[in-house]
Design a protein around this ligand. Structure first.
Ligand code: PBG
Length: 326
């Protein structure tokens, strides 16, 4: 026998030497929900182990992240009042703006703060933009998105991440940031975002399910991959700095394909439904939660992702430290 692949699997040292995928906590981003109010830390029932915090309790969760070696976070906001035009999304004292300021005052450059730019958590109808009848008005929405991104940058956000899927939003946000002296604030585009049932637990957490219809006129049809590459290339041309594929697990082929098509860093978001499935299957004793978490995280990197957003960020960082993956 000439070929004996098992020679290179004989022990941990040689397996470590020939390992093809290296992972690092530097590339992990932890999503956090901030709810308007004070003294809140409320567990999200659909996402055991995840909480909604009020901005005054940001320190608890940020300290926890830093202890685990995770120093990038992605912030979402849940306002007290929602209205037709989502005005709390771009309010100077909106909940995300408050949270960013609180974190930046306390930690400065110790933590990298990214904000989700969207309207669905802020609109009374739960859609990701301004309505015209029952349709989301693409071009009208752009100025609100740009204003939201600018208000996040003004509060001190290091990076903005638009997740709305309107056409032309990267160009609109880039122009807004540049005009307001934020030309060095990068944009991580949720470029390839599918209309997905995997967002279910998030919508419960953020109270952002659309009150009528669905998001299929702006988020992508999950049958399509070429369309995803098209979306990503458009966003790159409009000035995106990082491209995201979302969700992660059912879209590893899209991550791989995109890695051939772009020289930008690729991020992927392992979303709430992915977390909830692993968590609950583990709790039910059906699978080994820790092992599945490790294996799925590595699969995202192996597919070609450079950056991963995940509710398991701290546990994955620990797994890397322990040498279980990495
Ligand atoms: C907002 C947004 C959503 C998610 C991230 N940003 C929900 C949606 O599009 O309905 C989902 C994240 C998750 O499921 O963890 N547009």
């Amino acid at each position: 026998m000439i070929n004996r692949p098992r020679r290179l699997r004989a022990n941990p040292l040689i397996r470590g030497m020939v390992r093809e995928t290296r992972v690092s906590a530097d590339s992990l981003i932890y999503p956090i929900f901030f709810e308007e109010g004070t003294d809140i830390k409320a567990e999200i029932s659909a996402m055991e182990g995840q909480y909604r915090y009020s901005p005054d309790r940001a320190k608890e969760v940020i300290d926890q992240c830093l202890q685990h070696g995770v120093n990038k976070v992605l912030l979402f906001g849940i306002p007290k009042e929602k209205d037709e035009k989502g005005s709390q999304a771009y309010a100077e004292n909106g909940v995300v703006q408050q949270a960013v300021r609180a974190i930046k005052e306390e930690y400065g450059d110790q933590i990298y703060v990214i904000t989700d730019v969207c309207m669905c958590e802020y609109t009374s109808h739960g859609h990701c933009g301004i309505l015209c009848g029952h349709d989301v008005d693409n071009d009208e929405t752009l100025k609100y998105l740009a204003a939201t991104a600018v208000s996040h940058a003004a509060a001190g956000a290091d990076m903005v991440a638009p997740s709305d899927m309107m056409d032309g939003r990267i160009a609109a946000i880039r122009a807004g940031l540049d005009e307001n002296s934020f030309k060095n604030v990068p944009i991580m585009s949720y470029a390839v975002k599918y209309a997905s049932k995997f967002y279910g637990p998030f919508r419960e957490a953020a109270g952002s399910a659309p009150s009528f219809g669905d998001r299929k006129t702006y988020q992508m049809d999950f049958h399509n991959i070429k369309e995803g590459i098209k979306e990503a290339i458009i966003d790159e041309e409009e000035g995106a700095d990082i491209l995201m594929v979302k969700p992660a697990l059912s879209y590893l082929d899209v991550i791989r394909e995109l890695s051939y098509e772009t020289n930008l860093p690729i991020a992927t978001y392992s979303v709430s439904g992915e977390y909830a499935m692993i968590k609950n299957a583990g709790k039910a004793g059906l699978v080994d939660e820790y092992g599945i978490m490790c294996e799925t995280a590595v699969s995202m990197y192996r597919a070609g992702a450079d950056i991963i957003m995940t509710y398991y960020a701290m546990e994955i960082a620990d797994a890397i430290k322990r040498g279980d993956i990495g």
